[in-house]
Design a protein around this ligand. Structure first.
Ligand code: PRP
Length: 197
């Protein structure tokens, strides 16, 4: 018989009040709705599957934590070719709305990448420093190829040229949250993408 567990006791330690939500532009209307994102991610999955069809080894998706996790999970399930997952933990934004200019690494891929076809998966490309730093590091593993899929391209903030091989959407110079993108670590769970005022 299935045992029904009691709800955990109410914590006795005081809980911190949630932070004030930042103002969302356009009275809560998303810049990109969940449906629009889903449709584009499916198209990207098809394009990528065609581009990499017939590889003798699975494609390696290199997911850039943390923002790209939601996009990567959906993109992975849109593929019709075999794929493996690797992760890189890089951050440059700290808690604010503009890049600190320094790319910090907490984790680099686990598996051997020599001779493998790598597809980096990013949520957003701004200055280009994060992705270019990662590409340089990954190329030292001598992969067969390195390409980039970015859900969002915000070219107004570009400081270095970046080759984006599969782009979801080109967006204006607005700070965006949702679908993995955060403000101070929050709002990644929103299914659509919103612009902050
Ligand atoms: C964001 C985003 C990219 C990077 C883009 O990461 O996910 O990795 O910034 O900026 P750039 O093109 O100017 O380098 P963030 O530092 O916010 O970390 P997170 O993914 O954990 O949110």
């Amino acid at each position: 018989m299935t045992e029904v567990l009691a709800h955990p006791a109410t914590p006795t330690t005081p809980q911190l009040a949630p932070p004030e939500p930042p103002p969302i532009q356009g009275a809560g209307k998303p810049m990109l709705s969940a449906r629009t994102i889903a449709r584009r991610v499916r198209q990207l999955g098809q394009e990528i599957s065609v581009r990499y069809a017939g590889l003798d080894q699975p494609l390696v998706l290199v997911v850039i934590l943390k923002g790209a996790t939601v996009f990567a999970a959906d993109l992975l399930r849109s593929l019709s070719i075999p794929a493996e997952l690797e992760f890189v933990r890089a951050s440059s934004y700290g808690g604010g709305t503009s890049s600190t200019g320094k790319v910090k690494f907490a984790h680099m891929v686990d598996g051997p990448l020599t001779g493998r076809h790598l597809l980096l998966v990013e949520d957003i490309v701004d200055s280009g420093r994060t992705i270019n730093t990662i590409v340089r590091k990954l190329k030292s593993h001598r992969p067969a190829s390195v390409k980039l899929a970015a859900l969002l391209d915000r070219p107004a903030r570009r400081e270095e040229p970046v080759d984006i091989h599969f782009t979801g959407f080109v967006i204006p110079d607005r700070f965006v949250i949702g679908y993995g993108l955060d403000y101070a670590g929050l709002y990644r769970e929103l299914p659509a993408i919103y612009s902050l005022g």
